[in-house]
Design a protein around this ligand. Sequence first.
Ligand code: UDP
Length: 236
Amino acid sequence: MPYKRVLVKISGEAMQAPDGYWLDPQILSGVAADIARATAAGFEIALVVGGGNIIRGARMSAAGWIDRATADSMGMLATVMNSLALETALNAAGVPARTMSAVSMPTICETYARQPALHHLDKGQVVVLAGGTGNPFFTTDTSAVLRAAELRCDAVLKATQVDGVYSADPKKDPSAVRYERLTHDEAISRDLKVMDTAAFALAREQALAIIVGCVHPPSSILAILEGTAPSTVVAP
Ligand code: UDP
């Protein structure tokens, strides 16, 4: 297997209920069961969860009544709520998991620090990395790449609603094709949006592989990592 320790980034929207409620317990337990299978298969998993099902700072501040840094702080808090929900679902699925937040809130969860996070991973625990980077003006894509580099992950798996990176929007263009493999430079030269610009620049600089695949059945995190479900791999 080319990857052993993988940082899985899940967007907040992927956990939203079909009726629009911000979390769906069934989706959460499905993701948790999927991660349980991946850890049982020998993968070491760190998770970064977005907050876009609750607040995205850029969008919120665009209305003009709140400044970006405050709205981003609210977005980071949203990621903590999602992380606690996922930690709960993981524990219920029998996976030892602990939330570590970049924003210190010791009465609620552990504060993120690199060495303890490495220690948890070495012991086979799943770490759920909350609070983004702890800084405004970033997204959880950037925290995913940053933490993957810090925690010696072999790849970032960006779990999305589509099964990879396409030449055009597959919902609008029937001739769109999915790329199996791309280099970071090819993704830039073809103007393919794999991740936001800051996150992608860091991944390229660190020569970190990014795998894009679908979270929803019949695909799964384990199947993507084992290469039996479709995906796009961006790697040097
Ligand atoms: N956020 C931030 N700094 C970070 C990570 C996230 O300020 O390092 C804020 C930002 O407002 C962002 C929100 O948290 O929009 C939720 O994260 P994101 O948009 O990445 O969530 P996703 O789209 O993946 O659900």
